[in-house]
Design a protein around this ligand. Sequence first.
Ligand code: PBG
Length: 341
Amino acid sequence: MTSETSTSTNTAPDASKLTYRPRRLRRTEALRRMVRETNLTVDDLIYPMFVMEGEDQKFEITSMPGCYRYTLDLLLREIAEIYQLGIGAVALFPVIPEVKKDDTGSESYNPEGLVQQTVKAIKQAVPKILVITDVALDPFTTHGHDGIVDENGMILNDPTVEILVKMALSQAEAGSDMVAPSDMMDGRVGAIRKALDAEGYIDVRILAYSAKYASAYYGPFRDALDSAPKFGDKKTYQMDAANAREAIKEVELDIAEGADIVMVKPALAYLDIIRQVRNFTQLPVAAYNVSGEYAMIKAAAQNGWIDEKKVILETLTSIKRAGADLILTYFAKEVALMLHR
Ligand code: PBG
């Protein structure tokens, strides 16, 4: 024996001492399935969708290939299709024409507004799909902020909450199953819960965007709605990306105020937050796989740089593994199609 071979023999694992071999359970697909800890299913998915005024039109969003703004008639067709694929819930976002925007977002609580009409129509056409409506002023304000702005550019909390309450009530009246405040004003969950209960909407649920960060990953969504803020940023109401304890504080407050489900948003750069929230509460936890996260995968896939389907499944599985029960994702339809095959 040469000294070389004797060295390599000495460093190899001693088979007699190696009692545990994790690879045993990875040998076949049947074994891997048996010990798999996280299974992504279509039940976990909520599909965010964009609705616009008009008829018989759909426009693809440039920075979100495969996602469209639909007019109501085409949206209803699409919703019937995704419901058939097993998707149980949609989150609606409206594209509001400039002429209907104002400083206080008053179109948001118009009983005949786009969201209200859309909710009624969905409930007629596909009654069993769960309709989630967004509560925030940004699609409705000329300045693009989620709240009322004073002359110094400050976002006013309490006057904004008053409008959010009106908005949530008008959505409930239209038949929304779940209202989802995404505005990050203080105290809005409690104010909305109180008003819903007082008006008899005791079963309208609140999906609270509890830990919503001031994130650069929302860019493509703002393109989709033309809702980018006209001045400044959203850092006085959305959370600082560097903070984790504060997320738990926000979740704690929203639960105390009556949230039924709490959310972390975005998802991928915040998987640690999802895990901490999961460990903190027994409520269902949602995560929003946001527009920028979608756009990055689409762009890489279009360049042929990644295997799109595998990356999508790995990504969504990681969000679930981190602790999310529900995932809002623009990949919902694609994933439903993949899981069916
Ligand atoms: C607005 C709202 C935003 C998103 C959902 N609701 C954007 C923002 O806060 O500026 C972003 C969703 C996404 O990027 O996919 N209140």
